[in-house]
Ligand binder design. Structure first.
Ligand SMILES: Cc1cc2nc3c(=O)[nH]c(=O)nc-3n(C[C@H](O)[C@H](O)[C@H](O)COP(=O)(O)OP(=O)(O)OC[C@H]3O[C@@H](n4cnc5c(N)ncnc54)[C@H](O)[C@@H]3O)c2cc1C
Length: 372
């Protein structure tokens, strides 16, 4: 049972402690019943708001409806030569408000779950559990899960971006299509594309996204967005918000290897795309089911074969960056909409894989396979 009191010397005991109440931590906590749980999260959902996107099937479209900012059956990738536009009858590319999603999870926490709005400090692992302090109190749990974001190595391959949400002066063209990658931008510093989600015909999220080893100054991304808007003849009536993000595209080390990690810290981010939401959902749902029957091991979020294939893909990108745009466009051209969604979700069929492999230049990939 949980024991929360004002005596700072007393230890508050819980069955489970979850360090970090972000995507993984709060999703897991919201699915736990019949045990005492404490979640440590220093930030409110509003303080860390951003957009989380996924390819949602009909079940997920319904599940996330209340926190969805936009949802598209059509998406496109564009370079100077071609535009590949997909129309899916099975998946909707769906963008969620992370703040609304986390608020919804917080509102679903069962009675046995305490959310402490403070960082966990002096975390000490002991067996599967451990102890820590937060906001001047001491805690101990039989089982610890850690989702603190690990440090990313400088000079490592990362996806980094800056985005604006804007209201446009005039209605934009084709608000029913999400632009996932528009490569018609400066490619001199790494793989660079514009990501544009029309939440309505007057409301747009535009991100300048890079895949490279070096982060750029914020003004560099802002300039790219400004130029792209100019090219599209889109004028800003009001700037609503700005978000930035850095996502690892290499294997990361958890903050503490002796504690079971969940979410991005456990390797849930697809190394080739930076998408993690769907993998995290699957991981924590399976973990909550295990916990309900007294099993506490964290499921792997991504299969080892997929990690290996993503690593090879990234090594080709690093070794021959001049191929990057054609690799992305080639993948989109090789697959139909549903195959592309499956591929991005990490659930591609053998036929999807065969189509992608056939479309790829063989020598650069074989070189990286044999160099590893
Ligand atoms: C800006 C951004 C946009 C993204 N967009 C997408 C997307 O569109 N689609 C997608 O699939 N993936 C996306 N990702 C990747 C991934 O889904 C997210 O990073 C996701 O938040 C990872 O979830 P997580 O729970 O592992 O980590 P987080 O959500 O980062 O949660 C970790 C939490 O730990 C907390 N914390 C840190 N230190 C402590 C401490 N000492 N004690 C307690 N708590 C602590 C932090 O405040 C944080 O809330 C995005 C990532 C970023 C950064």
């Amino acid at each position: 049972m949980s024991k929360l009191d004002n005596n700072t010397n007393e230890i508050n005991e819980f069955d489970i402690a979850i360090i970090g109440g972000g995507s993984a931590g709060i999703s897991l906590a919201s699915q736990l019943n019949d045990c005492s749980v404490v979640v440590l999260e220093p930030r409110t959902p509003a303080e860390r708001d951003c957009s989380w996107a996924l390819w949602a099937d009909s079940h997920q479209v319904e599940k996330f409806a209340a926190v969805t900012k936009g949802s598209w059956q059509q998406w496109r990738l564009i370079d100077h030569q071609t535009e590949v536009c997909h129309y899916s009858d099975q998946y909707r590319y769906t963008s969620l408000s992370s703040a609304q999603y986390m608020t919804q999870c917080e509102s679903k926490l069962s009675k046995g779950v305490d959310l402490i709005r403070a960082p966990a400090e002096d975390v000490l692992a002991s067996g599967n559990g451990g102890s820590f302090s937060a906001a001047g109190k001491h805690y101990r749990a039989a089982q610890l899960y850690d989702s603190r974001p690990p440090k990313m190595a400088d000079n490592s391959l990362r996806q980094h971006f800056l985005g604006w949400e804007i209201r446009t002066k005039y209605p934009i063209n084709e608000p029913e299509i999400a632009t996932l990658m528009d490569f018609r931008v400066d490619q001199s510093r790494g793989l660079h594309f514009i990501y544009a989600l029309p939440f309505s015909d007057r409301r747009l999220l535009i991100e300048s996204t890079m895949i490279s080893n070096h982060l750029e100054d914020k003004d560099w991304y802002r300039q790219a967005i400004t130029e792209w808007l100019h090219e599209q003849n889109i004028e800003i009536e009001e700037s609503l918000s700005e978000e930035t993000g850095v996502i690892p595209m290499h294997k990361i080390k958890p903050v503490d290897k002796d504690i079971a990690s969940i979410g991005a810290a456990s390797g849930a981010v697809r190394l080739s795309s930076g998408y993690a939401f769907t993998g995290i959902q699957a991981q924590v749902t399976q973990l909550a089911e295990r916990i309900s029957v007294g099993q506490y091991a964290v499921p792997s979020p991504i299969s080892s074969i997929l990690i290996r294939l993503d690593e090879i893909f990234n090594r080709v990108l690093m070794a021959q960056p001049e191929l990057a745009v054609s690799l992305m466009m080639g993948t989109a051209k090789a697959l139909d909409a549903n195959g592309f969604a499956r591929f991005m979700l990490g659930s591609a069929t053998i036929i999807d894989w065969a189509k992608v492999i056939m479309a790829m230049p063989k020598v650069p990939f074989l070189k990286q396979v044999f160099h590893s």
